[in-house]
Every structure is written in structure tokens, then in C-alpha cells.
Design a protein around this ligand. Structure first.
Ligand SMILES: [Zn+2]
Ligand SMILES: [Zn+2]
Length: 375
């Protein structure tokens, strides 16, 4: 099937209209029309090749909401017309211990989980293309049901920003009445604040920007601390049970360690590259754990989607047309004080562009990364 999208042809390229082929729906898969797609900071990192693993052309997008248009043989969970979501993964081995215990993101199969974009497809190794496109195909296990009462434009960011912060709350067993710290209040952090409150925790938000204080309090945070304010930081000494650090760039972790209680956990979800700076003794004396956590499994993603629907938790969004995508990327590359926490592309803008006659799109192929051994 011929599909239109927006992609980068090489590193640091602006996104341009592209046209490519998607495989037809096979057994166990569903095809859908993309109606909204959130813009995640990872999209910018991947297009920039900030992680050194990007394959081009690169069509990003992993906060995808769509309407089911076709059903493969044997599909039982969905029917035509259903509203669905697809997050960061489209496949995994389904056989390993991790997959069997609903942690597909940590799949230890031959190639691990197949990411929604920039992931080699099993078994042929072709590159995956994401949600900045008119249509997609996914195996039914990786599609999320969008519950009644959840508006489709708000649902996308829950699939990445939501589950990435929810998963550590579940894993480290955040309890009612405990204190959750959230460092960095952007796309991920503003979801973490709301989810922490829904789970009954006291939430302290840490931001570098005094100007964000009122906005963060409106999200439900009990307290807002500006990280540059040493006195305010000191007042929070040994007060936090779980700290989720969403800051997406290298950051001095040592300022947070003194805020942690005994036996507490400081979990990194936003910065993959730099080794955080801290003094091990500060961990040793209070048995503090520094850990990392990657997105969440499919079951957890459905759980957090349902929780958001039930508790009225919504990401703060600004809906944009595809024509504004490069402006948003430029903004995300530089500006960390942006107050619209998540941009969501109204994909009708792309469908309209396509319906208006063949857009001037570059024809691209999905580059193969070699056969996936053992698949
Ligand atoms: Zn993301
Ligand atoms: Zn697996």
C-alpha cells in the first residue's frame, strides 16, 4: 500500500514529504488510518542521530492514534472503525521471559522489541517507519484500546510520555501517602505529576524555571521547587521516596541525592547518553538506588490509558498541522522553557494534502539492516 508521510532523508535534515510502500495487512495484524500523532523529544533525537543509531530515511512518530481500516486473518481484539493507539513498539518475540511477563520493552529475543520507527523489522531487517504517515500496520497485540471518554487528540502522548513515567511508579511500588519527586516538568514530567497524584502520592516537582511554577501547581503538584534555589532544595533533604528524573539532557544528579530518603530510588527516564555525576558515598550511607527505566509494556500502557480516562488526566497539548512540524522540531532542539508541554499533529492536515493531488513527495524505500538472525 502506498503511504505518504514526513521524514528526514539524512541526519539533521528538515522533515520533507515522502512516499513509500507499507506491507499489506497479514494474519494477526490490523491496518489503520493515522488521525493524530504526538511529537516526542525522541523524534528529534532520532532525526538528529543524537544516539548514533539512526537509519535513514527516518519517518518518526510513536504516539499514534488511528482508526482501524482493515483486519488480518485471526484478529480477535479489534474490528473496523475501532479507535486504537500504538506507542513505541510494534513487535517483539512474544516467547522470552520478558515478553511472557508483559515487559516487551525489555524483550531478550533475537533482536529485542521492534521499535515503531528506526527498528529493524523481524525477520527481514527492513527499517520501520512511524506515525508521521497516513496509514500504518501493526500486530494486534501492540495496539491499545482507546477507552470511551478519552478524546483521541489527548490520547497519543499517554502512549510514550504517560507510560514512561507510570511504569517506574508501578515497578518501584509507589504507595499512597509516599512522596514522589519529579525532576524536569516537560512532556514526561507533566504526565508524571498528574499520575503520581492519581496514585495518591504527595508530588514535589523540580524545575529549572520559576516561570513554570503556577502551571505546575495547576497540574496538581503539592509543591514546586526551583532547582537553582539552594535553600529550597535543602528544605527537601531526605524527603523523597521515589524520584523520576525526566530531564532530557546531561544534568548534575548529585543535587538530588541529598533529597532522597533511606532505601529510596532515583530513576532516570529522560537522558540515555551521559553518565550522571554523583558521589557513591551519598548512595551508600542511605542505601539509595540510582536506576533506569524504559517506556513500559503493552499491558501497562493499556493500564495507564484507562487510568487517565478514569481520572481525567490529560497531557497539555497544542494541536498543529503537519506544515508546522519543522518549526516545532527547531523549538524542541533549543527551547527548554516551552509551556505547551506536548505538540500533537492533526494528521487530517496530511490526509488533506494528499487528497488535494499527489503532493510533491520524495519516493523512499525502507532500507534493510540485514536479516535478523534466529528469527
Ligand atoms: Zn517518546
Ligand atoms: Zn521477547
Amino acid at each position: 500500500m502506498q503511504v505518504y508521510g514526513y521524514g528526514a532523508i539524512s541526519a539533521n535534515d528538515t522533515l520533507k514529504p515522502v512516499v513509500f510502500d507499507r506491507k499489506e495487512v497479514r494474519a494477526g495484524e490490523i491496518g489503520f488510518k493515522v488521525i493524530y500523532c504526538g511529537v516526542c523529544h525522541s523524534d528529534v533525537h532520532q532525526v538528529n542521530d543524537d544516539w548514533g543509531n539512526s537509519v535513514y530515511p527516518c519517518v518518526p512518530g510513536h504516539e499514534i492514534i488511528g482508526r482501524v481500516t482493515s483486519i488480518g486473518e485471526g484478529v480477535t481484539k479489534f474490528k473496523q472503525g475501532d479507535l486504537i493507539g500504538v506507542g513505541c513498539m510494534v513487535n517483539s518475540c512474544q516467547q522470552c521471559e520478558e515478553c511472557k511477563s508483559d515487559m516487551e520493552q525489555y524483550c531478550t529475543g533475537p533482536k529485542g522489541a521492534t521499535l515503531t520507527y528506526n527498528g529493524p523489522t523481524v525477520p527481514d531487517g527492513s527499517n520501520t517507519y512511524g506515525g508521521y504517515s497516513t496509514h500504518m500496520v501493526v500486530r494486534e497485540e501492540f495496539a491499545i484500546t482507546i477507552p470511551d471518554g478519552m478524546e483521541p487528540e489527548y490520547a497519543g502522548p499517554i502512549l510514550c510520555a504517560g507510560v514512561t513515567t507510570y511504569s517506574p511508579m508501578k515497578h518501584w511500588n509507589l504507595q499512597k501517602g509516599q512522596t514522589l519527586g519529579v525532576a524536569g516538568i516537560g512532556g514526561l514530567g507533566h504526565m508524571a505529576v498528574q499520575l503520581g497524584k492519581a496514585l495518591g502520592a504527595k508530588v514535589i516537582a523540580f524545575t529549572g524555571h520559576e516561570s513554570k511554577r503556577d502551571e505546575i501547581l495547576k497540574l496538581g503538584a503539592d509543591e514546586v521547587v526551583v532547582t537553582g534555589d539552594e535553600n529550597a532544595m535543602q528544605e527537601k533533604a531526605m524527603s523523597i521516596d521515589l524520584l523520576i528524573n525526566t530531564i532530557p539532557y546531561p544534568f548534575d544528579l548529585s543535587i538530588f541525592i541529598p533529597l532522597m530518603k533511606k532505601n529510596s530510588s532515583l530513576v532516570m527516564v529522560g537522558n540515555f547518553i551521559e553518565i550522571p555525576k554523583f558521589v557513591p558515598a551519598d548512595l551508600v550511607f542511605n542505601r539509595i538506588e540510582v536506576a533506569g527505566s524504559l517506556i513500559g509494556g503493552v499491558k501497562e500502557t493499556q493500564e495507564v490509558m484507562n487510568l487517565c480516562a478514569k481520572h481525567g488526566i490529560r497531557p497539555q497539548i497544542e494541536v498543529i498541522g503537519m506544515d508546522r512540524i519543522n518549526d516545532v522540531f527547531t523549538k524542541l532542539r533549543g527551547d527548554t522553557t516551552d509551556h505547551a508541554f506536548r505538540h500533537v499533529i492533526d494528521m487530517e492536515s496530511l490526509h488533506t494534502e494528499v487528497a488535494g493531488g499527489e503532493p510533491d513527495a520524495e519516493s523512499i524505500e525502507q532500507p534493510t539492516r540485514g536479516e535478523v538472525v534466529g528469527a
